[in-house]
Design a protein around this ligand. Structure first.
Ligand code: 26Y
Length: 797
């Protein structure tokens, strides 16, 4: 069969394809089929439609001898893929109708798919948006990562406390991957380095195999399909027969278990770099496999390694794959016999590095003992890289090898052709702080690429009501050219159009309200303002500032229940790293406040608080379209960019926020009058920390803040254990590194401005609609074009 000539997809052909997969791929009759069987059959029918384009994309890339882009990331937070596939292939109507014909509920079938949480948060979700945009822009590209058996833990609450359980996405069948037993590489760890014939020869002590699993990623309209290749760790000799025959079954299975450990679980932390050997193993495992695969492909096309920088661009998503630098040099020099300086230059021309954080505790560094034990040859190479760099720049005042550490940020910087930050503010701060010295030596290296989000998932598919209004108004060209959202701006002056915009938002809120009732037992009036903060739990993101303001608000409502308050529901969601005690205490505090406040008959019309468990991509898709207000309240200078902030603005939720990360650029785009700004700027934050007793001062100056803290400290929300939150109060009135107290007063002011703006519904709708109309720049298509032009030198095919 010529796959390129699959029939055009009608409802009938799709229904037949589903039935055919049900029978031939899953061995089920329609009568016996469970929802999972139907979901798999539909997924296979959709996937079939990608395959021809996938082959075609590969063929065209070879034919054009195009430069290829490789995105190396420890995390790909892809979420569910079925709806994404259906939407991008524009098969929504057919899929809905086909399932209807089969007596099935489309939404229920889609909801059966597990949410693939192979990432912690922003960095992993960015990687997923980038893959989709790379395909939309028909850029020849491939993502490389780890096929974790267990993604980010599942979160629930017991007595308000976070409880973690393993995530098990692979226990259900997964429709999207193709196992590639033939794409398998042996990866070594430990052992010795010897000299032989003037060459270093590394003999690893331990070996595992990396086996590839490929997921096709279709871009908008399915014109181009790239691959996400995830590596799974397999034992070289899966089974120790001698032990088995001896009757020692545990020992017989040991090699298999040991090898699988490497790809078993995602590290659930995105703040504190723990220096765990297993993490370094994971990093080397997937990076080394990816490089072998990249070079195999390169060798199949070209015979001159000197052309590597011309034909290959490798992007390191943060320092997690930084070992790519020394590993590439090792392969080129030790294995391919290229002299060291040339090997280093070739690697430097090929690699690029994206930095996502300035938090010192999240910057990776490895003790040379751990590093040298696992990667003895790489430690030698790092030292040679460091020496070479020092020789070239005798004035430099730092080393990537200070304090017996290997500092991965410096290593990545030196080994990269381009280094980028993820928002204008963040890139500026990179130049002034962590990379000040390196930037002085290499002033051309650092560039900015402000993050973006894919409009297919984050508007078209998650918000069909608003998308339909937009398409009705300006046609559907906006989906692939998001800046065309500007064309709806003139309509914002039209009262009838505004009503339609407001109706779309209200419908989303009603849907969410029903869902909250059904699944969380929460009764919420869809007319209330939906005020939402969803992101990982971190002190710098300041969920505690939000809850303190809620407490103060509640207290004022109690003082004067009839003062005409604007009804609000504050919604929180987010996971805390299992070892981050303070963040977990904030979760518990919010849950405690929620219990007390929601039970208060005197105030519940005006204020409710909810913390939704198990935040993930799917929950974000549910919440963001229904949001009225987006909380982006990090301490200025700490949030590298943020991408949730972009999704909210795009879906018509104005921001209350600080001048941090991409908030700065969002405010520039949507207009200062459509953004609720508060708080200190990054330089003011730095200055404020120098003020003695800054927190005490701020608390003394603001009786509302003092009263809210007093309530927390005296057990109003934890009557069974009054001093449960004493340490939080102590932190916020003492050290208060993230300046919650100092920003409180201005945050309160901005919140009351939000209230009055929301009370004037027509004014609010205008602001909301202008947020949508002016957020087109935050498409990840724009970001990827920036990488292609400024960093990779790659072209659309
Ligand atoms: C080394 C280990 C502890 C670690 C693991 C994961 C360190 C960091 C991370 C993840 C960081 C992350 O998600 N950073 C976020 O990246 C987003 C995409 O650029 C930004 O929008 C966001 O501001 C930043 O916090």
């Amino acid at each position: 069969m010529n796959i390129a000539t699959l029939p055009a997809v009608s409802t009938d052909t799709l229904r037949d394809a589903i039935l055919s997969h049900l029978a031939y791929s899953f061995g089920k009759t329609p009568e016996a089929a469970q929802i999972e069987d139907w979901r798999m059959a539909l997924s296979f029918a959709i996937r079939d439609r990608m395959v021809a384009r996938w082959f075609e994309a590969t063929r065209r890339t070879y034919e054009a001898e195009a430069k290829r882009v490789y995105y190396l990331s420890m995390e790909f937070l892809i979420g569910r893929l079925l709806e994404d596939g259906i939407v991008n292939l524009r098969l929504q109507e057919q899929a809905r109708a086909a399932l209807y014909d089969l007596g099935l509920d489309y939404d229920a079938v889609l909801a059966d798919e597990p949410d693939a949480a192979l990432g912690n948060g922003g960095l992993g979700r960015l990687a997923a948006c980038f893959l989709e945009s790379l395909s939309t822009l028909s850029c020849p590209a491939m993502g490389y990562g780890i096929r974790y058996e267990h993604g980010l833990f599942r979160q629930s609450f017991h007595d308000g406390r976070q409880v973690e359980a393993p995530e098990t996405w692979l226990l259900q069948r997964h429709a999207w991957e193709f196992e590639r037993p033939e794409a398998r590489y042996r990866i070594g760890f430990g052992g010795q380095v010897r000299e032989s014939g003037g060459r270093a020869v590394w003999t690893p002590e331990e070996e595992v195999d990396a086996e590839a699993f490929d997921t096709p990623i279709a871009g908008w309209q399915g014109h181009w399909v790239n691959t996400l290749r995830l590596w799974s760790a397999k034992a070289v000799h899966p089974f120790d027969l001698t032990s088995f025959n001896r009757g020692d079954f545990a020992a017989a299975a040991a090699p298999e278990a040991l090898a699988r450990t490497i790809s078993r679980v995602l590290y659930p932390d995105d703040t504190t770099e723990q220096g765990k050997e297993l993490r370094l193993k994971q990093e080397f495992f997937f990076t080394a496999a990816a490089l072998r695969d990249i070079l195999r492909r390169f060798d199949s096309e070209y015979d001159d390694l000197g052309r590597l920088p011309e034909k290959v661009a490798i992007q390191l998503n943060d320092t997690h794959p930084a070992i790519a630098g020394p590993e590439l040099v090792r392969i080129l020099h030790d294995e391919r016999g290229i002299d060291f300086d040339t090997a280093m230059t070739l690697a430097q021309g090929t690699l690029n590095y994206t930095n996502h954080t300035l938090l010192p505790e999240a910057l990776e560094s490895w003790h040379e003992g751990v590093f040298g034990k696992l990667l003895p040859r790489h430690l030698q190479i790092v030292d040679r890289i460091d020496d070479a760099h020092a020789r070239a720049h005798p004035s430099r005042g730092f080393s990537m090898r200070a304090d017996h550490q290997v500092r991965m940020g410096e290593l990545s910087f030196v080994m990269a052709n381009r280094v980028n930050g993820v928002s204008a503010l963040h890139t500026g701060l990179m130049k002034e702080t962590v990379f000040a010295e390196l930037n002085a030596l290499h002033p051309e290296k650092i560039v900015n690429q402000t993050n973006g989000v894919t409009p297919r998932r984050w508007l078209l598919s998650c918000n069909p009501g608003l998308s339909e209004l937009i398409t009705d108004t300006i046609g559907d060209g906006w989906v692939a050219d998001l800046e065309r959202l500007r064309e709806i701006e003139p309509e914002v002056e039209d009262a009838g159009w505004r009503d339609r915009f407001a109706a779309a938002k209200r419908a989303n809120k009603a849907t969410l309200s029903d869902w909250l009732g059904e699944t969380q037992g929460l009764q919420v009036d869809p007319e209330a303002m939906f005020d939402i903060q969803i992101k990982r739990m971190h002190e710098y993101k300041r969920q505690h500032l939000n809850i303190l303001e809620a407490i103060a608000h509640w207290q004022e409502i109690k003082d004067a229940p009839d003062a005409g308050w604007v009804p609000r529901i504050k919604i929180f969601a987010g996971k805390a790293a299992p070892g981050y005690a303070f963040a977990k205490d904030i979760i518990r505090l919010i849950n405690d406040v929620s219990r007390v406040v929601n039970a208060d008959q005197a105030t519940r019309e005006a204020l409710q608080v909810a913390f939704l468990p198990n935040y993930n991509v799917t929950l974000a898709e549910r919440l963001i379209p229904a949001a009225d207000l987006s909380e982006q309240i990090s301490t200025a200078g700490k949030e590298a960019s943020g991408t949730g902030n972009m999704k909210f603005a795009l879906n018509g939720a104005p921001t209350i926020g600080t001048l941090d990360g991409a908030n700065v650029e969002i405010r520039e785009h949507v207009g200062a009058e459509n953004f609720f700004l508060f708080g200190m700027t990054a330089p003011e934050v730095t200055a404020r920390r120098e003020v003695e007793a800054h927190a005490r001062q701020a608390i003394e100056a603001d009786p509302r803040l003092a009263r809210a803290l007093e309530a927390v400290g005296s057990g109003v929300f934890s009557p069974d254990e009054p001093d449960r939150y004493a340490h939080i109060v102590e932190n916020l009135s003492g050290h208060d590194y993230f300046l919650v107290a100092s920003d409180f007063t201005d945050y309160w002011r901005a919140q009351r401005e939000v209230d009055s703006a929301y009370a004037d519904r027509d004014r609010w709708t205008r602001m909301a609609a202008l947020n949508t109309a002016r957020s087109g720049w935050f498409s990840s298509d724009r970001t990827i074009r920036g990488y292609m032009d400024d960093i990779w030198g790659a072209k659309s095919l």
